[in-house]
Design a protein around this ligand. Structure first.
Ligand SMILES: O=P(O)(O)OC[C@H]1O[C@H](O[C@H]2O[C@H](CO)[C@@H](O)[C@H](O)[C@H]2O)[C@H](O)[C@@H](O)[C@@H]1O
Length: 258
């Protein structure tokens, strides 16, 4: 399955990871931006009939909504599948007392660990924490920090650990991006009254959960290097924007010929 074939799908969901896929990786996550080329292709795709664009990210929903300029029709999955906003209908993650207590214990441990490593940073997320190591200058400190953080989470128990690019993340929920993609596909198929093909694109290990739920008639696109279950690969964010633009062009042409 290539771009031409997926472009011909009767109904198409384009589900996109954010960081490293449509926005280049940067030192400060709050300054991430979708590239102009990707933004243009996304807008063209979103304007087509029977075509939906969704973002499926590890970011907190609020950050994802802000950085994608989410409008009222936005389909957003944040926190690796835990936080969901579908056209303004919010299903956010209500934490139990037990989850809150475990998060508080982990937070205290992670603050101590991160403070001891210059350049390390703790990201507070709705259902967990991210230990960022991108700016750690003494690279030999990264692995021990990640290991100590894992051990702290394991000692408390009940956390799902994810290792991403320059980040190790801990979540009190085990939901993943694959669950998010499955949910989006079912929702749209119900609404549209028929099966929906999915193009999913992502650059990181956590995107493998989403690639794993794709089947025949879908297309997984890995952005960048690394082992993957995706069946297509592009070199980087710029190349992926070009792919999205090609997809929009082919799909626009078929929409015109209907
Ligand atoms: O699932 P994604 O949309 O790819 O989000 C994964 C994590 O992205 C952010 O961190 C990553 O991007 C930062 C900005 O480019 C970069 O500084 C950092 O090194 C990366 O790990 C975000 O901060 C996390 O919350 C997301 O889980």
């Amino acid at each position: 399955m290539g771009v031409e074939s997926i472009a011909a799908a009767e109904r198409l969901l384009v589900a996109l990871d954010f960081d490293g896929t449509v926005a280049p990786l940067v030192d400060d996550p709050s300054t991430s931006r979708v590239t102009p080329a990707a933004a243009e292709a996304i807008a063209r795709l979103g304007a087509l009939p029977a075509t939906w664009v969704a973002f499926v990210s590890g970011r907190p929903l609020a950050s994802l909504a802000q950085l994608t300029g989410a409008g009222p029709d936005a389909l957003l999955i944040g926190s690796h599948g835990v936080e969901v906003s579908l056209r303004g209908r919010l299903a956010d993650a209500e934490l139990s007392d037990d989850e809150r207590a475990r998060m508080a214990r982990l937070e205290a441990a992670l603050i101590e660990l991160v403070t001891a490593v210059p350049g390390a940073r703790l990201e507070h997320k709705p259902v967990g924490y991210g230990v960022h190591t991108r700016l750690v200058e003494r690279t030999e400190l990264v692995a021990p920090l990640q290991q100590a953080a894992r051990e702290a989470a394991d000692a408390i128990g009940g956390f799902t650990t994810r290792v991403g690019k320059d980040i190790v993340e801990f979540s009190v929920r085990a939901v993943n991006k694959g669950d998010g993609v499955r949910m989006l596909r079912e929702l749209l198929a119900d609404e549209a009254g028929g099966p929906v093909a999915v193009l999913y694109a992502g650059d990181d290990v956590t995107d493998e959960d989403a690639f794993a739920v794709l089947g025949e008639g879908d297309l997984g696109v890995k952005v960048g290097e690394g082992p993957t279950a995706a069946t297509a690969r592009v070199a980087d964010v710029e190349a992926f924007a070009t792919l999205l633009s090609e997809l929009a062009t082919v799909r626009e042409a078929s929409a015109r010929s209907l």
